[in-house]
Design a protein. Structure first.
Length: 675
């Protein structure tokens, strides 16, 4: 039997479908109801003998009572007063209730839409950051602080002079807005940062941030809760596909894109997904390389923190100065009074080739991009003449060649597991057999670790990499024995926990539980134990920084690299060269490696000694307590890109920071027996 709907049900359904279509339909419905009530009210007071002649005046009288209760006392007669009262009460409901509610609701929805950042931006030559992660705020800081770099970058595109940044957030809420407002760098310049809600995978959301017209698009890797998956890299590649499709559909040139991938093996896929200029930063590979370099030269984390941060000391700049073309590297270096020339990046057949620490006789060519360490962009400009102290005769301090110290056979104890561990093992293995012996301690089952290593084509023998399944936060005598035989102890920030705060809490707890063992005296023939702690939250550095020799905050380093590569594409190959086995690297030299003894040294002498060995003198690292002489706590003070004409009283334990080229070492003998 077919069911029959009543007239009232049909009317109610049609009214509901109309009302949910938006405020314009709602206003039309209210207007129709007002007209109907005014007509009924007008008919109710129409005189019986009017013959339709007074209907217009009666309806108008009813409409006035609906809209303005002030007319209520003007009516005469009981019936007219009753109708007027009913119309006035209906007016309260229709005008002061329904109409105000509709307008208020529409206004609130409009404000909420604006606050959520759903309206498209109207910009060109701006920076677009797709995603909100623990790298986003430091990335914004870098872009806002790099005033002259941004100006130079935008000038090459014919754009403006200020960094205008649009950030696409999955869901814009008050917490993100408050984080922006409270930041000491971004907060005062919040007007230069535009937030929009959406996903980089969605083409409509990319239009919302005008990604096609951007000067540069930066895509940090999304944060994952489940380790071992490639979902973060898959999402980044999907964003590239979406952006590439939108650019092709618009017929516009591809914008420059910088992406972060967690797995370097996905780089080729990413390049096939995007047809425009693209630079890839592999987060796990970068951190693994920095850690490996730090084990070769303890104290390098302080160099990274300074060179990769716009707020601390000197930075790496890439600048073109064709006026120096034809000069040798040594001659060009003397033209910089406030900067240190480290090398050049040369474009060859569309590829950037770095030449770092190339030697004093290397000749600069037109079009070379100079790699400089300076405090400001302006300081990285050459003078017309060599600086006043250059070229004066110096006493030859040493005729002996460089004495390379042997760093082979170093024992590394890795506490904790993250997806950066395979990258670290890969990097340590690239220094040759016998260079490092690694022991990995984690509560993650060994079989799971080996599976993850095999997926990345890492099948390391036990004599090279041992695995221990244990919770290092509650490690007993076995932990003391392992620490006693180690040369380096690395605390890895876990990516198996939901937040960086939880990961750092576990890292700090583990360090404190092992602190007594870490500080035990060592045999005289053993080098000091080097400790490196990786953190995820920069606010936690103050909790542990005074206790640890070196702290590496991965998100901060990654955000600085992403921002700097976005502003200067050539910097990508410079960082790859510096942080990879072989080629050029930043190193520390003991005085005896230069065949020098303690004494007073001037900048010119140290620069000359480095130049004679085809190295670049970058600065001096001294023991802080020895420098100050006031009972200060022992610690090392680093001075990069020092002022020309400066002199230092150097002791045997002080070191020189240099940039050098490293050749591959021959295979080392089998690992030594247990001590």
């Amino acid at each position: 039997m077919k069911f029959s709907f009543g007239l009232l049900d049909r009317l109610r359904f049609q009214v509901e479908r109309a009302l949910i279509r938006g405020p314009h339909i709602q206003l039309l419905v209210v207007a129709a109801v007002v007209a109907l009530v005014a007509l009924v009210g007008g008919l109710a007071v129409l005189p019986p003998d009017a013959n339709g002649e007074g209907l217009e005046q009666s309806v108008w009288w009813a409409f006035l009572r609906l809209t303005d209760p002030g007319y209520l006392g003007d009516d005469q007669g009981a019936w007219r007063r009753v109708v007027a009262t009913a119309l006035t009460l209906a007016g309260y409901v229709l005008f002061m209730g329904t109409l105000v509610a509709i307008m208020t609701g529409w206004l609130l929805r409009s404000m909420r839409t604006l606050e959520r950042g759903l309206t498209p931006v109207v910009m060109e030559d701006h920076f677009v950051v797709l995603g909100w992660t623990d790298r986003t705020v430091p990335l914004l800081q870098e872009l806002l602080l790099s005033t002259f770099r941004v100006r130079h970058f935008l000038a090459g595109l014919g754009g403006g002079r200020r960094a205008r940044i649009v950030t696409l957030v999955e869901e814009l809420d008050e917490e993100i807005l408050e984080e922006i407002r409270q930041d000491h760098v971004v907060g005062p310049r919040a007007a230069e940062v535009v937030l929009r809600s959406g996903s980089g995978i969605n083409a409509d959301h990319l239009r919302r941030v005008a990604a096609v017209h951007a000067a540069a698009v930066i895509v940090p890797s999304p944060q994952e809760q489940e380790p071992g998956e490639v979902s973060a890299d898959v999402e980044v590649i999907k964003i590239l596909l979406s952006l590439d499709g939108q650019v092709r559909a618009a017929g516009e040139p591809h914008p420059y894109v910088v992406i972060e991938l967690q797995e370097p093996r996905h780089e080729e896929v990413a390049r096939r997904a995007y047809g425009g200029p693209l630079e890839v930063v592999s987060s796990s590979q970068l951190i693994g390389r920095l850690m490996a370099q730090n084990m070769r030269h303890a104290g390098l984390s302080r160099v990274y923190n300074e060179l990769l941060s716009p707020e601390i000391g000197s930075e790496v700049f890439i600048r073109h100065h064709d006026a120096l073309a034809g000069k040798t590297f040594a001659e060009a270096a003397r033209r910089f009074e406030r900067a240190t020339l480290c090398g050049v990046v040369r474009s060859t057949e569309g590829r950037f080739i770095p030449h770092l620490a190339p030697g004093p006789d290397f000749k600069l060519a037109a079009g070379d991009a100079l790699v400089l360490i300076a405090r400001t962009f302006r300081d990285a400009a050459p003078a017309e003449e060599p600086w006043r102290g250059a070229g004066r005769p110096l006493k030859r301090l040493s005729a002996e060649p460089l004495r390379e110290l042997d760093h082979r056979g170093r024992r590394v104890l890795v506490l904790g597991w993250s997806e950066k561990v395979p990258a670290l093992l890969t990097e340590l293995g690239s220094y040759g057999a016998g260079a490092f012996e690694v022991t990995v301690v984690s509560s993650l089952p060994i079989t799971d670790r080996l599976d993850r290593l095999r997926r990345q084509n890492l099948d390391l023998p036990e004599r090279v990499c041992r695995h221990i399944e244990a919770d290092y936060t509650h490690w007993g005598d076995e932990g003391a024995r392992e620490i006693a035989r180690a040369d380096h102890v690395v605390f890895m920030s876990s990516d198996r926990l939901v937040s960086g705060e939880e990961a750092d809490a576990r890292t700090i707890m583990g360090y404190l539980s092992l602190e007594e063992t870490l500080n035990l005296p060592r045999k005289r023939d053993r080098p000091p134990l080097q400790r490196l702690v990786e953190l995820s939250d920069p606010h936690n550095q103050t909790l542990i920084g005074e206790r640890v020799g070196e702290v590496m905050i991965s998100p901060i380093l990654l955000s600085h690299v992403l921002a700097q590569v976005a502003l200067r594409r050539e910097l990508s190959v410079v960082l790859d060269e510096l942080f990879t086995a072989g080629g050029a690297e930043i190193a520390f030299r003991q005085l005896d490696e230069y065949a020098l003894g303690p004494g007073m040294f001037g900048f010119e002498e140290l620069e000359e000694e480095a130049t004679r060995r085809a190295e670049v003198f970058l600065g001096v690292e001294r023991l802080a307590s020895a420098r100050e002489g006031k009972g200060s706590a022992p610690g090392r003070a680093l001075e990069l890109n020092p002022e020309r004409g400066r002199s230092w009283e150097l002791a045997a334990h002080d070191r020189l920071a240099v940039m050098t080229r490293v050749a591959r070492r021959p295979p080392a003998p089998e690992p030594r027996d247990e001590a």
